[in-house]
Design a protein around this ligand. Structure first.
Ligand code: GDP
Ligand code: MG
Length: 165
């Protein structure tokens, strides 16, 4: 892959997660994976994991006190998930766009081809997570992949990536 200087400037990493509802059927999981590949994301890291309730509470602390918080925390610790570190130009906004709106009814009516529009079950069980900014991506990648350094990847891997390794 040969990226132009302009695109390389916008090269980003983001965190994408298949939530427990998306893991429940192998065909849904496969469709989600294919969507990543079809949209020219490079899979930098990928692993399956499961959260304890405390992990879920910590990750979603910004929503503590909201009416859906307990439901969200229970759901996110209810089964396995698949986490990806994805790279491409404008990865953060591109993945958010592919996911579609947070609320599934809105997704179904306004973005039926989005991941949440296609596969989401409820506002809580909405299939996928994606970082909402580069700053969140850095923090969230660290949460899921503590051994991975975004800074080191940008310094060591990104130049090789740019050169079309
Ligand atoms: P996201 O960045 O699009 O995932 O949305 P938020 O950061 O606002 O919310 C985090 C997660 O909480 C969402 O993906 C949903 O699983 C859940 N959530 C957010 N808003 C609602 C809501 O109004 N109702 C319910 N039931 N769940 C919600
Ligand atoms: Mg969010």
């Amino acid at each position: 892959m040969l990226l132009t200087a302009r695109l390389a400037k916008a090269l980003q990493l983001t965190l994408a997660v298949v939530k427990p509802d998306g893991m429940a059927h192998p065909l849904v999981l496969e469709a989600l994976h294919q969507k990543i590949l079809d949209n020219s994301f490079v899979i930098v890291k990928c692993k399956d994991l499961a959260w304890k309730k405390q992990d879920s509470e910590k990750f979603y602390v910004e929503h503590a006190g909201r009416f859906f918080y307990q439901r969200l925390v229970e759901f996110m610790s209810s089964g396995p998930m698949r986490a990806y570190v994805l790279a491409r130009e404008d990865a953060v906004s591109h993945w958010r766009e592919l996911m579609g709106p947070t609320k599934v009814f809105r997704a179904i009516y306004t973005s039926p081809a989005s991941l949440r529009g296609q596969f989401g079950l409820t506002d809580t069980r909405n299939t996928t997570h994606g970082s909402d900014s580069m700053e969140s991506a850095r923090r969230e990648i660290g949460f899921f992949f503590p051994e991975f350094s975004v800074e080191a990847w940008m310094q060591q891997e990104e130049p090789a990536f740019r050169a079309g390794r």
